[in-house]
Ligand binder design. Structure first.
Ligand code: COA
Ligand code: AMP
Length: 635
């Protein structure tokens, strides 16, 4: 069947369509209803069914004859090590660690936070939670203690799994002091932490609370898989919202497993036994879906890479991994390619490696500029697929579904809606716009399996934020167009979320950090264009009257403050002191206008602006930082 036929069928007969995909997994108890719409607009997939995600990801393959096939390859240029785990070995390690969790009293439905670097133990801990029905919540290692504390308070975990350190090129990041600080900041108290000691740095363990990773498993019985309701949560993953409070995206067990399995086949064209590599981090949704769950559910070999695209040791790192492990399908963020292109513009390092088994490159996480796509296609000579999705959705919503039918590439477009997704563009009133007209990108309810079922302990927030704007539709928060051929073009966010090197960050959270500085009266953080990272944050700060300190000193403190409160990953390196912020007469800060000025885009001066002269002052301040002052429309 063609892509168009399959997509159409997924929308016209969703229950039959998804029941067919679900049949590829092992169910301990069949579902009673494929789609439960009794609480619409919140929907549940495979209601009444029971399964275990870990069983489907590991045990099923061992029992089905894949026990000796590699399940996971850990490749770590930052420690100079490579380790390989067969499906049998990985299952045994996971079962043992699951036993350790049980011994510490972790029960079905309890939350377990993982604050881990890119080591196999991170995947083992995730799968161990899934095995016993505990709900994991992985916190990205680049977040600082206050961000970890926010997540501890929201998820209220019974146990935290961490490691002594992460390794960034040129420095060892000690995780344990950050964990200790977060536990002190959090109101919720955690009785037990299991800590993996890495040879690069030994963490001090607190007697009575902290346990060594290996000791925790000593003499433990391996745990069996618990059949869980398909609608029970598998994990909570926090993502940036418009405010400083992160949103806990909840993923269920059943719909998630089905969507993961399906996407590997339809979107990525990955077959059991193939080597699949997503160069991301387990702290992000890409890591959850395409380092851990999807490749294993599909019976592939997954690569867990602890390194960077450049500098570990050079811009040939990706090609080395692809060649050494026989990667067929590779997924990364466009930023990584921009970093490689900068260091090796002619792609000379590519020629040093045997990439004969490499078949396709997938890019997502941020807008991919056409130059980068064409460079990658030209140098690697494989299809390059720009695909679009977000933490909330959990798997691609728009892509060139190579497992179904390869459509012609249009650089800059994420191609077409994936089966299961009915994507439209609406204007402010909710009317569908004409082809090529920009508007809000929405998805018709019900969303397909694998997408968020709610926000953790915040169903009202889920409904208000995502479902409230246009009844019957899920609001993606992205703006864009659909062209006459049905191709989707993602242009920008409609909110204050920015995307820095493929990392989704909240400017609101950074503003909260800046506002806490004693000299700051008010501030705004905007995302300005950056040739390598796509966007980087920039702070505009108004000081309290009477502050006479040197601007450079205050800016230095502000930069340090964001790093301490949010983390290095925010990449907040620049701020400028201004006299006033441009606002509407009702007091709303004109962030989009300032962003346009910084990016030298032609912009319209809003009719509601309080005092247009302030924009000139902002232009001068931004020019001082090397950003060109944009032209106002009609000026
Ligand atoms: N633990 C601790 N610190 C971390 C971290 C982690 N897991 N990940 C990143 N950081 C730190 C970095 O060391 C850096 O700190 P610095 O300011 O002291 O240099 C900061 O956070 C920003 O990191 P990063 O975004 O990685 O930028 P970079 O300048 O070090 O590297 C790239 C640039 C392009 C190489 C890098 O951004 C990259 O590999 N991008 C790919 C994006 C990606 O995988 N996205 C995932 C979504 S698909
Ligand atoms: P995250 O939740 O971190 O995965 O970030 C999701 C956001 O990243 C989306 O809402 C988009 O704004 C952006 N994004 C992801 N993939 C793409 C893409 N292929 N093209 C354009 N923007 C993208």
């Amino acid at each position: 069947m063609s892509y168009a036929e399959i997509h159409q069928r997924s929308l016209s007969e969703p229950e039959a369509f998804w029941a067919e995909q679900a049949a590829h997994l092992h169910w301990d108890q069949p579902w009673k209803k494929v789609l439960d719409d009794s609480a619409a607009p919140s929907y549940r997939w495979f209601a009444g069914g029971r399964l275990n995600t870990c069983y489907n990801a590991l045990d099923r393959h061992v029992e089905g004859g894949r026990g000796e096939q590699l399940a996971l390859i850990y490749d770590s240029p930052v420690t100079g090590s490579i380790a390989r785990y067969t499906y049998r070995e990985l299952r045994d390690r996971v079962a043992l660690f699951a036993g350790a969790l049980l011994r510490q009293g972790v029960q079905q439905g309890d939350r377990v936070i993982l604050y881990m670097p890119m080591v196999p133990e991170a995947a083992i801990a995730m799968l161990a939670c899934a095995r016993i029905g505990a709900v994991h919540s992985v916190v990205f290692g680049g977040f600082a203690a206050p961000e970890l504390a926010k997540r501890i308070d929201d998820a209220a975990p019974v146990l935290i799994v961490s490691a002594s350190c992460g390794i960034e090129p040129g420095r060892v990041v000690e995780y344990k002091p950050l964990l200790d600080q977060a536990l002190q900041l959090a109101a919720h108290k955690v009785a037990c932490c299991i800590v993996l000691q890495r040879p690069q740095c030994e963490a001090a363990l607190r007697q009575g609370r902290d346990l060594d990773w290996h000791q925790a498993q000593h003499g433990v019985e391996p745990a069996a898989c618990v059949p869980l309701p398909a609608t029970d949560p598998l994990y909570v993953l926090y993502t940036s919202g418009t405010t400083g409070k992160p949103k806990g995206v909840v993923r269920d067990n059943g719909g998630h497993a089905v969507a993961m399995w399906y996407s590997m086949q339809a979107v990525f064209d990955a077959q059991p036994g193939d080597v699949f590599w997503a160069a991301s981090d387990v702290g992000w949704v890409v890591g959850h879906s395409y380092i851990v769950y999807a490749p294993l559910l599909r019976g592939c070999t997954t690569v867990l890479y602890e390194g960077k695209p450049v500098g570990t040791p050079d811009a040939g790192a990706f090609w080395r991994v692809i060649a050494e492990h026989g990667v067929k399908t590779f997924f990364t963020a466009p930023t990584a390619f921009r970093a490689i292109k900068k260091e090796d513009p002619r792609g000379e390092l590519i020629g040093r490696y045997d990439l004969s088994r490499f078949e396709a490159l997938y890019l997502a996480g941020e807008r991919c500029d056409p130059d980068t796509i064409l460079w990658a296609r030209d140098k690697l000579r494989v299809p390059v697929v720009d695909h679009w999705w977000q933490t909330e959705l959990g798997w691609p919503a728009a892509a060139n579904c190579r497992g179904i039918e390869s459509l012609p590439l249009k650089p800059g477009s994420a191609t077409v809606p994936v089966p299961g997704y009915d994507i439209r563009v609406l204007d402010a009133d909710g009317t569908p716009v004409a082809a090529d007209t920009i508007g809000n990108i929405v998805i018709r309810l019900p969303l397909p399996p694998g997408t968020l079922s709610t926000l953790w302990h915040n169903e009202d927030g889920y409904r208000e934020h995502y479902l409230g704007r246009y009844p019957g539709w899920y609001l993606t928060g992205d703006a864009g167009t659909i062209d006459g051929d049905g191709y989707l073009w993602i242009m920008s966010r409609i909110d204050d979320i920015i995307n820095v090197a493929g990392h989704r960050l909240s400017t609101g959270a950074m503003e909260e950090a800046l506002s806490g500085h004693p000299d700051v009266a008010e501030c705004a953080v905007i995302g300005v264009a950056d040739a390598m990272k796509g966007q980087v944050p920039l702070g505009l700060v108004v000081l309290k009257s009477g502050v006479r300190r040197a601007s450079e000193e205050i800016v230095r403190e502000l930069v340090a403050r964001v790093r301490e409160q949010i983390g290095a990953v925010a990449a907040f390196k620049q701020a400028v002191i201004v006299q006033r912020l441009p606002k509407t007469r009702s007091g709303k800060v004109l962030r989009a206008t300032m962003r346009a000025i910084a990016d030298s885009q032609v912009h319209t001066v809003p009719a509601t602006i309080d005092d247009p002269k302030i924009l000139d002052e902002i232009g001068v301040a931004l020019r001082g930082l090397g950003y060109a002052g944009g032209k106002a429309d009609g000026a």
